[in-house]
Design a protein around this ligand. Structure first.
Ligand SMILES: [Zn+2]
Ligand SMILES: [Zn+2]
Length: 218
């Protein structure tokens, strides 16, 4: 079975040059057709300041781009939204009407914003070798010191989730205690379930394939 790819919406800034304002972390979107000089630092019109006169000093940006790091004014310009109205001071003694047109408009806009896709949580195996496994609740997995805890599939930096499982009955001779551990990525839900075979040995007994596109969080 192959993993199903989830359609990702094309970002608003696709095809545009992304720049970083000098001395700041916010990323800006260069105006359509803007030519970026090869210099380490240059001025270029960006969506939030599109006139060449006041173009800010920027540097090229080749790193990952996600909406959280993009300048809010640039995004607004790309979406074609009007600039937000300044907050009006409320005269003392008057209650703000609930049907404030600005708030209504803002709420409407929030509702149509696409959400990050959410992937369904896999179910832990209820049994192994014909015997039931009792599982703990999912908790945050401890940080790995010797290797990266980033998800192999989607690149999410974690921390991932972990659950412990137990099988057997210490009072019954024919039902030995066995221990299990499950690791799951909290974004793409890739899950691996292991039986603890020795003091440090983990034997993979189940693998839940993620449905997210590979490398989506890298
Ligand atoms: Zn901007
Ligand atoms: Zn993942």
């Amino acid at each position: 079975m192959t993993a199903l790819a989830v359609e990702m919406p094309t970002p608003l800034w696709a095809g545009r040059a992304i720049v970083r304002a000098a001395g700041r972390m916010a990323l800006h979107v260069a105006v359509e057709g803007a030519l970026l000089p090869a210099a380490a630092m240059f001025t270029v019109p960006v969506e939030c300041r599109p006139d060449a006169e006041s173009a800010p000093g920027v540097r090229p940006w080749a790193g990952p781009v996600d909406e959280g790091r993009l300048c809010a004014s640039c995004l607004r310009a790309l979406r074609g939204d009007p600039a937000p109205e300044p907050v009006r001071p409320t005269p003392a003694g008057t209650a703000e009407a609930l049907s404030d047109p600005y708030l209504d408009r803002r709420e409407r806009r929030l509702r149509v914003m696409p959400d990050l896709p959410a992937y369904a949580e896999p179910r832990l195996p209820a049994e192994h070798g014909g015997r039931p496994i009792r599982w703990s609740e999912w908790g945050e997995a401890p940080k790995q010191v010797h290797c990266s805890s980033a998800c192999n599939w989607c690149g999410d930096t974690g921390p991932g989730l972990m659950a412990g499982g137990r099988q057997g009955n210490p009072l019954a001779k024919d039902d030995p205690l066995r221990w299990f551990v499950a690791y799951r990525c909290s974004y793409c839900q890739e899950m691996r379930v292991y039986q603890q075979a020795g003091s440090a040995d983990l034997k993979l007994i189940a693998h839940f394939k993620p449905k997210s596109p590979k490398g989506v969080r890298a």
